[in-house]
Design a protein around this ligand. Structure first.
Ligand SMILES: O=C(O)CCC(=O)C(=O)O
Length: 259
């Protein structure tokens, strides 16, 4: 993850979510309380800030040519709820410390990391994520995601947001270890959260997705190069837990050990 549009590679994690402590992160203006919104609503109906466009589900080509595919129903609701419970209970969730502007701070979320083998470790902000073997339910989900995304993945970084106070700041996953023009596919489980995208070339181009349980967002070629994304902090909202599974393909494992 890098938090500057022009970053050439090392994952410079910001511990804060939108407004969550990092000077680089920004809280989007005018966002409505997310708990009242459902994922999948199109346009700006229902009181959303007009600066954030809310695309309908389906494939989408962004200004500049980047490609997205947004599905609200990769998993049926019941299956998504069961998978959430299982992963919440069975994965070794950890809270990591990262270095932000010279200070060691705890990331405002829990994470877990799984991959095809121990050679796919992932170092950023001075700490290494050693991959665990695939959980069988995640391996099965990976195959379904690959079929929809038309891409293959060899690792998955999972995030657990325990409440609206947990977040991830504006960043791009454009490190060298993912190669050029990577595809990253993210599956959501649990309570819906806002997922924001903003163009590096024109920050007025902003998109908002309400990622609910069972949703899939495929960020295709061009997204990491030209856009940043975040899950903003919403400490005031009564939000429950959410898990995101971000499937990725490490093509240059050696680049992942240098950060
Ligand atoms: O939780 C999400 O949907 C976003 C996660 C993310 O941006 C990341 O892991 O880099």
């Amino acid at each position: 993850m890098s938090s500057k549009p022009s970053s050439s590679g090392s994952r410079r994690a910001s511990a804060g979510g939108g407004g969550g402590g990092s000077k680089r992160s920004r809280r989007p203006e005018g966002a409505p309380p997310p708990a009242k919104r459902r994922p999948g609503g199109g346009g700006n109906k229902g009181g959303g800030s007009p600066v954030y466009r809310e695309p309908e589900p389906g494939p989408l080509e962004l200004p500049g040519g980047a490609r997205l595919d947004y599905r609200t129903d990769l998993l049926p609701a019941e299956e998504a709820a069961e998978l959430f419970q299982r992963l919440r209970a069975e994965l070794p969730w950890e809270q990591r410390n990262v270095r932000v502007m010279g200070r060691e701070v705890a990331q405002p979320r829990l994470i877990a990391y799984q991959a095809d083998g121990p050679h796919l470790s992932y170092t950023y902000s001075g700490a290494t994520l050693a991959p665990a073997p695939w959980h069988p339910a995640i391996a099965a989900l990976k195959a379904r995601v690959e079929a929809v995304a038309g891409a293959t993945f060899n690792c998955c970084l999972l995030n657990l947001y325990r409440s609206g106070a947990d977040a991830i700041a504006w960043h791009s996953d454009n490190e060298r270890l993912f190669g050029r023009a990577p595809t990253i596919a993210s599956v959501s489980l649990g309570d819906p959260r806002e997922f924001l995208l903003r163009s590096n070339a024109d920050p007025a181009h902003k998109l908002r997705f309400w990622l609910g349980g069972g949703a899939l967002l495929v960020m295709g070629p061009g997204v990491q190069e030209g856009w940043m994304h975040s899950v903003p902090r919403r400490a005031g909202a009564q939000l429950g837990e959410r898990i995101s599974l971000t499937f990725r393909q490490i093509t240059l494992p050696e680049a992942g050990r240098s950060g």
